[in-house]
Design a protein around this ligand. Structure first.
Ligand code: 8OZ
Length: 368
């Protein structure tokens, strides 16, 4: 029986172990350009079987927070190229998370100060981050405007172009489509945010259409073996809500089963919070069984609140990959610490978002 520390083939990628660094927003990319400090940070964590970058905007319209990176300009791609080279030099594998925030934005971050875009003109009851005098401040998201159906092919194309540039120009090993946490694709999926009456709203089939178009476009550009997707069936993050998530995600997962992806990444429960939500029950084992029954062959990755014992249990139960978030912020050598049951550094929430090396590249290593 495999353990967390055994290698695994995931699509086109051969991973040294089954421990994944989850994507973590860190707001250290002024002007959306990845910095040399970011290259150092990711390279420090290259002993993970796979690194997933922080969420990375596919366009300025897809930006929702101050100082998060992008993937749509030459300098951004050059910055990422330095990151991927550092990670590869350190023996790691890295995919970039493709992000469009939809309504979770502020007009100050949008092209021409325009309102953010969304499936429907419903404001998310959530905050975003702007930076004032070098200090992050939390502000309400702006009221969005509903996208016209004729704008959607352009958004699909933007995901595709970002994926192609990520692999061909920036040197990533693959991409993860961010379909989770109340951002654009999740906003379309869920009926709390999608009240459209056209082909992209109403029925489950219609609400899943944009996400599936994006997956087909991205896999068409870089191959399914280099494409993962992240989903969060019941997270309340960013005001995400669906009245009946089990049939919605059963449908989505059956469709994804036909698309030869590298991995499916599921956030169980509330992102960064409780794994069980009494008012939002969800059967993850049934979701996985539905995927396998429909012929899905991708690696199954789980995330949220895992420690070593829970992760080992998951792998023993047939999960392929376990993603750790906060533990990787504070423990660059997390794989070796878990292997040897070494003590773990505690992450400092005060330095999660924004700032420099402090709380970013200065967590001490036990193992080189
Ligand atoms: C924390 C702060 C800002 C963004 C997500 C991209 O939840 C994020 C995010 C997390 O997926």
């Amino acid at each position: 029986m495999p353990t967390l520390f055994d290698p695994i083939q995931v699509g086109n990628l051969h991973l040294a172990n089954r421990i994944v660094m989850a994507s973590l927003t860190r707001n250290r990319a002024p002007d959306a350009i990845p910095t040399p400090l970011m290259a150092e940070y990711y390279a420090q964590r290259a002993s993970a079987g796979l690194l997933i970058t922080e969420a990375t905007a596919i366009s300025q319209q897809g930006q929702g927070y101050a100082d998060v990176p992008g993937l749509y300009g030459t300098e951004q791609l050059d910055g990422w190229r330095r990151v991927t080279e550092s990670v590869h030099d350190a023996g790691g594998k890295i995919v970039v998370q493709l992000w469009h925030v939809g309504r979770v934005s502020h007009s100050e971050l949008q092209p021409g100060g325009a309102p953010p875009v969304a499936p429907s003109a419903i404001t998310a009851k959530t905050k975003t981050v702007l930076i004032r005098n070098g200090v992050p401040i939390f502000v309400d998201t702006s009221e969005p405007r509903a996208l016209n159906a004729d704008e959607l092919p352009g958004i699909v194309h933007t995901y595709q172009a970002a994926a192609r540039n990520a692999v061909e120009t920036a040197g990533f090993d693959g991409v993860e489509i961010h379909g989770a946490n109340g951002y654009l694709l999740d906003q379309f999926l869920k009926n709390g945010s999608n009240q459209r009456t056209d082909d992209y709203g109403g029925s489950i089939v219609n609400r899943a259409r944009l996400l599936l178009e994006v997956v087909r476009a991205v896999t068409g550009a870089v191959g399914g073996g280099r494409t993962g997707i992240r989903l969060s069936p019941v997270t309340p993050a960013n005001d995400a809500y669906d009245a009946d998530p089990q049939p919605l995600f059963d449908y989505v997962i059956q469709k994804l089963a036909t698309l030869n992806l590298a991995y499916i990444h599921i956030i169980e429960g509330a992102t960064g919070g409780p794994r069980e939500l009494p008012d939002r029950p969800f059967d993850y084992a049934a979701l996985k069984a539905t995927y396998r029954t429909a012929g899905g062959k991708a690696a199954w990755m789980v995330n949220n609140g895992y420690d070593k014992a829970l992760a080992e249990q998951a792998v023993a139960d047939g999960t392929d990959l376990v993603a750790f978030g906060k533990l990787f912020i504070a423990n660059p050598d997390l794989v070796e610490r878990l292997r040897r049951n070494a003590p773990l550094n505690k992450p400092d929430p005060a330095t999660f978002y924004g700032g420099g090396a402090k709380g970013y590249t200065d967590y001490p290593l036990l193992y080189k």
